[in-house]
Design a protein around this ligand. Structure first.
Ligand code: H2U
Ligand code: ZN
Length: 344
């Protein structure tokens, strides 16, 4: 009989409709490759050389105000520009392209250079949640914006250009690949089951109590059954809401609280400032109602084999499919253990 703890198997990710290969027997193989040493470096509260600290000049020449809470600005090196023609180009049905108008913003979480979502007081994380909701709404309200992606790259390993606590917001005229796959899957599930995929999944994980890491009244964080990254977390709203803007004030406080705990938990498990890419998936802002959409966030840490062993997705994963050795069940157990042992 198939044992998901022992036998190599595939797991289906219903949220994007793709499979991941899981090899739970394989964690014991030797490793002589690159290892990462994660060191939490002491940082000053203010860094005169930081592009994001209050009062400092940015790389693009503008100067930051003496902000005291959050601070939003248009990315000086924006990947997307608003006055781009939203036009198709098609050469023989093979060389197909489309102009992608859009906008990019940067949100500083705090004037303090040395803080993170884990070390900021919870009320300040709540202010960040409010700004996320506000920016999502305002950018999404534009008729030319079909989707708004909020994401945080934390740690140099993840490509974050600066340790100052910040995130980015990209607004596009088209729905990008990942949310488009989710959109399709959420819609198909709703049609087939007359129910919501993530409502049902959150409820199922609550019953199973194996992969749940932490929960509160409004949100549940799980190591998803179909995780590709070890210690990957899926944070799901318990209420069937489609975006941050409709989350109640109480819900936003709960979100701030669980984000604060999750970020702290990662740092605690790995005893250092743990790198990750985190982001929210919210309904497309393409002018149509999306009753099937369900607000959630993904945390993707880049360490593939253990806390300190980094491995890129190469070989089989590049050519065939993602493959995982550490199971979400064992990752969740380790995260829960850290939650009990760390003061978060
Ligand atoms: P990341 O750390 O995730 O790369 O985000 C930082 C963003 O800040 C990055 O997109 C922008 C970069 O273009 N930036 C400015 O807009 N102005 C600056 O002076 C420095 C960085
Ligand atoms: Zn700074």
């Amino acid at each position: 009989m198939l044992s998901l703890n022992q036998h190599p198997h595939r797991r289906f990710n219903p949220l994007i409709g793709e499979w991941v290969l899981v090899s739970p027997h394989r964690t014991k193989r030797p490793w002589q490759g690159q290892t990462e040493t994660l060191i939490a470096e002491a940082k000053p509260q203010y860094d005169p050389d930081c592009y994001l600290c209050p009062g400092n000049a940015r790389a693009g020449g503008a100067r930051n105000p003496q902000y005291t809470s959050t601070f939003v600005f248009e990315n000086d090196f924006a990947a997307l520009l608003p006055d781009t023609p939203h036009e198709f180009s098609n050469d023989n049905n093979l060389l197909i392209a489309q102009g992608e108008p859009g906008a990019c913003e940067v949100i500083c979480f705090s004037p303090r250079h040395d803080l993170t979502l884990a070390s900021m007081p919870e009320e300040q994380v709540a202010s960040v949640v409010d700004v996320w909701a506000e920016r999502w709404q305002e950018l999404g309200d534009s008729a030319s914006v079909a989707y708004v992606q909020i994401f945080e790259n934390r740690g140099a390993m993840m490509g974050a250009s600066n340790p100052h606590p910040h995130c980015q917001v990209w607004a596009t005229a088209e729905v990008p690949n990942e949310p488009a796959k989710e959109q399709q899957q959420l819609h198909a599930y709703a049609q087939k089951h007359n129910s919501c995929l993530l409502c049902d999944y959150a409820e199922l994980e609550k019953q199973r109590a194996v992969r749940t890491v932490v929960e509160n009244d409004c949100f549940i964080a799980v190591a998803p059954f179909w995780a590709v990254w070890p210690f990957e977390i899926l944070l799901i709203s318990k209420a069937h809401v489609a975006d941050l803007a409709v989350v109640s004030a109480a819900g936003r406080r709960e979100l701030a609280s669980i984000l604060h705990r999750l970020a702290g938990l990662y740092d605690c498990v790995f005893d250092a400032l743990f790198p990750y890419t985190m982001g929210f998936h919210q309904r497309p802002t393409d002018g149509t109602a999306h009753p099937e959409w369900h607000l959630h966030a993904h945390f993707y840490p880049p360490l593939l084999r253990s806390a300190t062993v980094r491995k890129f997705m190469v070989g089989y994963e590049m050519l065939a499919m993602p493959q995982r050795d550490i199971t979400p069940e064992s990752a969740a157990e380790r995260l829960r253990e850290a939650l009990r042992n760390c003061r978060i």
